[in-house]
Design a protein around this ligand. Structure first.
Ligand code: NAP
Length: 253
């Protein structure tokens, strides 16, 4: 029987790349996100290239009722989620705390912390019942160190690290693996979202530097979920070679 992976935020970037790679490795997929057209296109692409099953769930992780209704609509044969990849997340705005927009903070906290929790609290009991499963939480270098103008995004990713660590211990008696992965800069739609559609500004983030690509993170996640039963990667920090900390990036002139 194929393993089932549920990926949040599969419409773009790391989530979409992970969906493609897991499909190529025989995983059946539950793909989620808000942009249904993108989910449908990804499903078509996967169906054309791989013999795995896909199920699409279009919902907003910030809405606990939508999360609950969507996930609880899964029937037997899909509820046996082997791998949960809590990937949906975003940064919005880049400013000091005193100049920050309350709306931006709420989007980040509601998505990165509360949304991740809403999904996790539904899927974890399914894994506990089967005494089996692996939860991957997408953290960030921002979950390891704070940087100026990113206080609230960093706070949300520090929260992700704390949730992952607590769950790792909570789930020991059930044999369920819990991991966090913390990437440095990855070239996805992330900066476009952070700068609210200002593509020129987003491009400056990657200027003169080779960032990580979504496929690099997908490959690392595949490595994490394919370790033998007695091995758990608790926490993994992955950076572009040219980035030594959240702020130290060597840029070619
Ligand atoms: P991305 O290309 O912007 O993808 C973000 C994904 O999250 C999209 O599929 C988006 O789907 C989904 N999402 C956002 N808000 C959502 C909501 N309210 N409900 C459901 N889905 C939602 O960015 P990415 O770089 O791949 O980001 C993936 C994860 O990696 C995030 O948690 C991010 O914080 C983390 N990360 C990124 C970087 C980086 O430099 N790119 C570095 C470290 C960590 P819809 O818009 O269709 O809903």
């Amino acid at each position: 029987m194929s393993k089932i992976a549920l990926i949040t935020g599969a419409t773009s970037g790391i989530g979409a790349a992970t969906a493609r790679l897991l499909a190529a490795n025989g995983y059946d997929l539950i793909l989620t996100g808000r942009r249904n057209r993108r989910l449908v296109d990804l499903e078509h692409e996967i169906n054309a290239n791989h013999k795995v099953r896909c199920l699409l769930l279009c919902f907003d992780v910030t809405d606990p009722e939508q999360v609950s209704a969507s996930l609880n609509s899964l029937i037997s044969g899909w509820k046996e989620v082997d791998v949960l990849i809590n990937n949906a997340g975003l940064a919005v705005g880049l400013d000091t705390v005193d100049n920050g927009e309350v709306e931006d903070w709420e989007r980040m906290i509601n998505t990165n912390v509360k949304g991740l929790l809403y999904v996790t609290r539904i899927v974890t009991p399914w894994m506990k019942a089967r005494k089996s499963g692996h939860i991957i939480h997408l953290s960030s270098i921002a979950g390891k160190e704070a940087y100026p103008n990113g206080g609230v995004y960093c706070a949300t990713k520090h929260a992700v690290q704390a949730i992952a660590h607590a769950q790792r211990i909570e789930l020991l008696p059930f044999g369920i693996k819990v991991s966090s992965i913390a990437p440095g800069m990855v070239d996805t739609e992330f900066s476009n979202v952070r700068f609210k559609g200002d593509h020129e500004k987003a491009k400056t983030v990657y200027k003169g530097v080779t960032p990580l690509y979504a496929t690099d993170i997908a490959e690392t996640i595949l490595f994490m979920i394919t370790r033998p039963p007695h091995v758990n990667i608790d926490d993994l920090l992955i950076m572009p070679t040219a980035q030594g900390s959240a702020r130290d990036v060597y840029r070619e002139p």
